[in-house]
Ligand binder design. Sequence first.
Ligand code: BGC
Length: 889
Amino acid sequence: MLRQVRRYDSANPVIGKDEMTQPTDTEPQIPISLERLDALVRSLTIEERARLTAGIDAWHPAGVDSIGLGPMLTLDGPNGVRGMTFPKGSSATCTPCGTGLGATWDVDLVAEVAARIGAEAKRGGVDYLLGPVLNIVRSPLGGRDFESYSEDPRLAAELGVAYVTGMQSQGVAACPKHFVANDSEAHRTTVNCLVDERTLREVYLLPFEAVARAGAWSMMAAYNRVNGVHCSENRDLIGDVLRDEWGWDGVLMSDWEATHDTVAGATAGLDLEMPGPPRHFGPALAAAVRRGEVDEETLNCAALRILMLAARVGALRVSDEAPRGEPASAPAAPAGAAPRGEVRAAGLRAARSDSTTPAGSDPTKPIRLSDSAAATLVRRAASESFVLLANDGTLPLAPASLRRVAVIGPNAARPCTQGGGAAHIEAPYALSPLEGLRAALPTGIEIVHEPGCSIDLFLPPLSRMDLTDLDGAPGLTIEFYRGQEPAGQPASRYNIATSEVHLFGDLPAGLPQNDFSVRISAWITPRVSGPHRVAMRGLGARRLFVDGVPAADEWDAAAGIDVPTAIFEGRENGRTFEFEAGKRVLISAEAHSTSHHPSVLAVGCAAPEIGDAMAAAAAAATSADVAIVVVGNDELWESEGRDRKTITLPGRQDELVERVAAVNGKTVVVVNAGCPMDLPWAEKVAAVIYAWLPGQEFGHALADVLLGTAEPGGRLPVTLARRPADYPAYDTTPGPDDELTYREGVNVGYRGFDAAGVEPRFAFGHGLGYTTFEYESLDLAADGLAEGEPLELRVKLRNTGHRPGKEVIQVYVADLESSVPRPPRELKSFTVVRLAPGETTEVALALPDRDLAYWDVTRRSWRIEPGRFEIQVGHSSSDIRLRQSFELT
Ligand code: BGC
């Protein structure tokens, strides 16, 4: 059987040979003609047109009443629909993180996951879903590595196109971000990334080029500067490359508060300033046009692109024929979509007023966008993402041989299913490895659990104590008030589960962001007597009380803008109190806001340590038939706003693994991290699984893979080094003048390891299954290939094991005679193949000639040099099974 491998979207081939410098000529899918939209734009006043270019609040770009366009709604992704903090309990499906999806190497699966998120977004009334993240895992320390797909631009590009296509199939605009070179978090709003032109083109721009050519409806300009100019006003990157060269007609919005200048932003090609209220666009842009500082046609283009997007997502209710403002039949929206028009102004609240959605406008009635079909999909996606790095035969486990299983580690019962920052969503649940194994293992097998150590960056959240709200229910009470003092009758009061609240953009009872106050309170019952440290942290004006006694006071603190960064920069402020075991204490924290900026309020409490957790873990492992040790990070270690300082697992986790492995020869380590971490004990344990931040179905998916009911389908989308110094890019701290130089050039990730001849601990692309494959042959129809012709190749593969399995065929290109230094090999194509035991298949792939090209900085174009090339096909970047060279004439 011959399988033809195609790029994800066959209607819009990504980076085809004839697209090397040409805009795509596929028809834009706009249900209203461009002429009509253009006429609509021109029928608006300059002020109305400019109004469209700015937000009105945290999440809504403005509409214009006279043409029946209500405010649109943006919400964060990419691993689910965010923005549901209020009302309480509102939730959406939490999928694996970016690197997890990257590890699947499966474009069809990523498109399916994105379509699922898109369907939920549509039900929630969302127009722009802010994802995928197409930045590159440049350094293992990058705080948002978990949101990105890979260190490799081609893998990121193809999965990005799949995500965009899946999302937009639901009538929701994907918003690939952050354009461009926003690959780390240190000084993220000011850092000046110095990236040479060839590196920009071949690595950092490539995924954005792919989604632009595939028709992404929007994109987000990054916070940082590139070669001296902020991304939101970078004319070279936006005007010349994104608009003119790639012919992209989507809406470019700024990252939150990343617009700096009216004229520079607008003339560079930025369309939308977010969030609102407007500062540089909106009225300021209208004034700049009236003063002649910005050309009116520039404003018209921005307004037109915004109306095109509104038409694409079904938000603009005009037909080709209808005169201005007259409602006409709206483009068909997918089933269950939120009602359009004025009611949409309130975003998710509007969705609740639709009888097809499961909630009302009362903040105590949750919206649930997720369902059991979503759970099945994300369970499969998670097992497809798990990378089996090493296995001495211990896996899959045979339950019949087990009597006692030790489930150890800080993440075993308290997993990290998603990262922190904008990507963090309210999930319906987060099923832990411990719960998953309890559900999957036959009764009769004893399961013991010991955390072994803790990994808290700050004081443990208050919500981890034994606590009740003011009415005696588990959790905390939150009360919102009008005005600056939390006194009198609350405007809204309900129970919450978390002791960290982010107050931005969706306050209950319609409270204004710039005039409200809030209190969170809980009764805690200490488990032990002794000194307890209680502290608050966050952003904005706040104070803390313990039994009515002031414990910290920052009631006059200024508001901030960059929440994620502030969360880490802010110190914990509190005191130590003597508590008595069993005697309850009332802890409350208050905040107030006079500005439109976000507030964050978090409360933690550390009790005295009891016993030796590490020794207890080792003891539990000693008597078990197998020890499953789940180590990793949490949402503070992996978050927007902060890069890590080291690749060492936080706390004493390495010691924990060593201690367990010393007493149990069947130690299986599960690494619950979304970024590359150091695994110094990897050769001393029976098996290692890299599980990323796998979403709400972690426990079930892990049990599936441990017990062999599912294959560990993942392959590394990043390289795992033996030493920090081996990474081609490591430290992300900008130097003097806030400069961060991308010194490694095009040799990011495995390309740098290959160029330096350094063996990684686990290579890019590596991952074992429970069966084996033989690469039988590689045929090229290539010798004497001329420029412009695609390179056709055929790979024969056989499942030589006893189980069905998945293999990811990886195709690398090496330019053997280049006039410029090129990476020893570059990934150019890949495909997932699934075969039954003994089954053989032949896969046909075609590489467009651009796959042989490099960016020629003197000609400022892609260049294919004649000469010898080698095609390398294999299982990972360092496990090449078949090679063939050919001459390009
Ligand atoms: C992040 C974006 C996000 C935006 C809105 C910013 O801080 O960088 O990724 O979409 O906030 O939450």
